[in-house]
Design a binder for this molecule. Structure first.
Ligand SMILES: [Cu+2]
Length: 163
């Protein structure tokens, strides 16, 4: 048990200083980017920027439209995924998903909270992925259904630095 005995006001100030430094260190240790995003009311109050991506299209071409997406770190987004084609597709971007903070995914009457790594959209399906972009970088996107990525169903996602 450590006891601070303040004999003089100088020692008392030293105790205060030490305590403040300790608290700052502790705060630094527990503040991971994900927790920071989760705990920050300001980030969640941002009106999300809406981005729509089509998985395939009405004439069954195997591609994402658009196939290049850009986000800014620290900004909130609603990524609307739609599948207007006659077959199912995946939106698979695991590294991207690891570097964002997912607030929720809404599909039909279901709202899913927490981390998501890939989504399968059946013909005609629609889902909304609400997240905050965190770590700047370049990430790849693909549909892992056999033959789809090979036919061009790939894309890239950039998270740009907010500075
Ligand atoms: Cu596909």
């Amino acid at each position: 048990m450590i006891q601070f005995v303040a004999k003089t006001s100088w020692q008392f100030l030293q105790c205060i200083y030490f305590t403040v430094v300790l608290l700052l260190c502790f705060n630094f240790i527990v503040t991971t980017p994900a927790l920071a995003a989760k705990n920050s009311g300001d980030l969640l109050k941002q009106t999300p920027t809406e981005v729509t991506v089509s998985l395939g299209n009405a004439v069954n071409e195997l591609k994402f439209e658009p196939n290049h997406l850009e986000f800014v770190a620290g900004k909130r987004y609603t990524l609307r995924l739609v599948n207007p084609s006659a077959q199912k597709h995946y939106f698979t971007a695991k590294d991207f998903a690891d570097n964002i903070w997912t607030q929720k995914v809404e599909a039909g009457k279901v709202e899913v909270k927490g981390a998501i790594h890939e989504m399968e959209l059946k013909p005609g399906a629609e889902a909304e992925w609400v997240f905050i972009a965190l770590k700047p970088g370049k990430y790849s996107l693909r549909c892992p259904i056999p033959g789809h990525a090979e036919a061009g169903m790939t894309g890239d996602i950039a998270i740009n630095s907010g500075q």
